[in-house]
Structure formats: C-alpha cells, structure tokens
Design a protein around this ligand. Sequence first.
Ligand code: ATP
Ligand code: MG
Length: 446
Amino acid sequence: MAILTKAIRGTQDVLPQSSYKNRFIEQTMLEIGENFGFKEIRTPVFEHTELFNRSVGETTDVVQKEMYTFDDNGGRSVTLKPEGTAGAVRAFIEHGLFNEPMPQKFAYVTPCYRYEKPQAGRLREFHQFGVECFGAGDPSADAEVIALAKSIFDFFGVDDLTLEINSIGCQKKKKKYQEALKEYFKSKREDLCETCKGRLARNPMRILDCKSPVCSEIAAGAPKILDYICDDCRSHFELVQKYLDAFSIEYTVNPSIVRGLDYYTRTVFEFVTGSIGAQSTVCGGGRYDGLVAELGGPSVPACGFAVGLERFMMLLEARSIELPGENPVDLYIASMNTEANITAAKLAAEVRSEGVPCLFDTVGRSLKAQMKYANKIGVLFTVVLGTDEIEKGTAKVKCMADGTEKEISLENFAEDFIKMSINKAVDDFDTGDMNIDLSSVLGGLK
Ligand code: ATP
Ligand code: MG
C-alpha cells in the first residue's frame, strides 16, 4: 500500500529536526518586511478559478497546464493558488483597502501549487515569501521592493545573487511589440518547440520565457522590448535605476526578462544564482499597474515580488550558510517511581509556565533509560526525583555539559531553577568555559 506511505510526487515533508530552519527563515523575512512597512496578510489556499485565469493570464503556462483545478461538491470550479499575488489583490479589492491611506503594503508566506515536472528546485507544492505594494506608481516603489529583497538576502549572508532588471512597458506599445515578435518568429517557426508554435499565434512574448535551449537561442535574437516601450515607461525605468543606485544596489539590465505571468507592466526583475543548478531564479517580481482594475477594483498601481523558499534554502545549503540552531530543552525531570513522576509532572508545569522548555518521562522508562534519552536529545540540565528528594523537598540539578550539580528546593522550583541556570551560564561566560550559553538559557524565557 505504497500509496498510503508515499507523499505525492513533487511535494516535500519538513520534518521536526529541520522545521526550525523554515520557521526562522519565514519569521525573519516577515520581520525584515515589517521594517519596510509590509504587514502580513493571509489569504485562502484556494480561490475561484476565474481569478487566476484573469490575473495570471489565459495564455500562460501556469493557467494552461499547471493549475490544480477541480469542481467542489457544489459544482464551483476552484483552484489551489499557483502564486500569491492574485489572492492578495482580490482581498485588497474585496475589503475596500483602496480607501485606506496609500500605499498599502502586504507580505505573506504561502504554499503554492503548480503541476510541473518535479526536479531539483521545481516542486508541485512549494512555498513563497512575497510582498505586494499597492497605490505607489512612483519608480521609488519599484526600487524599494527590490531593496527589501536585497536586505533579506544580505541578512542571510547570501552573496552570489545577481539582480537582473528590465522594463516591459505598458499596454500602449505591447501590441506593436507583439507584432514585431510574430514577424521575427514566423520565419523560425519550424525550429520552435511544439508549445512555442502555439504561443506564436496566441502570445509570442511567452516564447521569450521558454526553457527549451533551441527556443532560448532563437529568442536571443528577437526584437528587444526596450526598443518598443513608450517615453513615459522609458523615463520610469530610468528613474528605477537611479533609485537603485541611491540604494547602492548593483544590477544588470537584461532585455530578455519578460516573466512568466501576464499581469506585469513596466519594471520586471529577477534575482538569479549560479549555485543551485538549472532552476536559478530565486526571486521574481515587478510592477503590475493594470491588475487591480482588471480584477474589478479601481485603477491602483502596484508592485511586488516572490521568493521561492525551497530554492532559497537550497541556496543557503549550497553556500554552507548556517542558521541559528534549535532552542535546546533546558530541563529534563527524571523520576525513580510513579509517585516521583507525578511530582515531576507538577514541577514541569511550573517550569513551562515560566516559558522554560522542560520534559519529563511519559514512556514509563527506567531511570537509566530516561537519562540516556535526556542525553541523546541534548538537554542542558537534568534533575532526578525519588522518594528521598520528595521527602527532603530538595533535589540536585545537574549540568549535562560539565557534570556540576547544585541543590535547589522543590518548593520554589521554577524560580530557583531559572536563577540557577542563569548564574551557571554567567559563571561559564566569566571562566570562559561556555558549557552553557546564556542565550540558550534565556532563549526559552518569556
Ligand atoms: P521559473 O521560471 O523557475 O518557472 P516562474 O517565473 O514560474 O519561475 P514565479 O511565478 O515568478 O516563477 O514565482 C516566483 C518564484 O517562485 C520563482 O522565482 C521561484 O523561486 C519560485 N518557484 C516558481 N515555481 C516553482 C516551483 N515549481 N517549485 C519551486 N519553486 C518555484
Ligand atoms: Mg514557472
């Protein structure tokens, strides 16, 4: 019955021994976003299919081949979100947030679903950290979201991401450019992949985004969109670059970046790495000035980006970038018999209510096995409770790193334990032993 014990292809479990990394990364990204004024928004994991058809675009790969779409029991077509922007825009319109002071800045961490060919860095369920900034059409807003992405990468010490930017202009000149592309690709039609042959008629710009080597080579010689954008778009793009210079952010203008989703206008950008193989775009984004109106809201300019979190984690690993470790369990209360274990439960509750991670035996193990377990999971301190300790009302707390012991009262257990562990960490710091790191003791405290 492998079907019961095998996750769906293209999905990943995050196991308890490594989930602290995901949590740290997600929290850190949201916090850095807050420094730039982006507040968290949470939207449902599924939406009306029509929302994605309209926003992502009928002719895109995402809508044509990659969406997880199904009819619910009420016969409505719903789709698991393939990206984060559409839901954020829908919520922005639905809740009338365009009436609030602008800009409105949202950040999110979300799972996304795309039926793609699973490979390294390409999954069917993946996760994005994304931001959307509504109501700011100024080029400084484009530069600011890019600066936020860059701050995140800098915080983690990722130094091999290059920023590539381009402008795909507004709707005004798009038609003319599409015609030029059609003209160019028509003579090379026979060499294009089957998908691109179809794209030629429907949306030739999509050919520029094709991953097939032959199509990419042909696309390299295609007319460049920068030669077609209008004067307003050109000066907008020039100002984006001036703001990037002001932020001291390095970039290259790559005229072949068009992005895979239809809603982009003007600025588009990607952060690309050479460290994780073929799926090299870790972050993609840009401006989408027409989308809010397209989905039924007022005309509100917007821009944003999304970081693929699995690709970002691959990058951290490839660059051997360490993340802060898991908080250790501060205390294990071992017991010699059931009566002592009941006291252990009571003491554990007291200690935990002070915010200190604490465990006791729930397996019914022998004392020896309990100590072995405590050692294995790396607890900082242990204490053994038996009939004697309970009668005396005191017990010895042992530091697992250096074996030193200190007697504390059971009456005032939580408070005495906290004082003792902090004193021990401070003493270790003074003597340079560093058996107990103060931050690990304080880490659990409220
Ligand atoms: P690609 O060109 O690699 O297919 P995309 O243009 O489809 O990416 P976006 O829709 O812009 O990607 O999504 C933003 C980011 O989400 C990407 O840069 C990437 O890091 C990540 N991403 C997209 N699709 C996947 C996937 N199937 N698996 C893992 N991460 C993904
Ligand atoms: Mg894609």
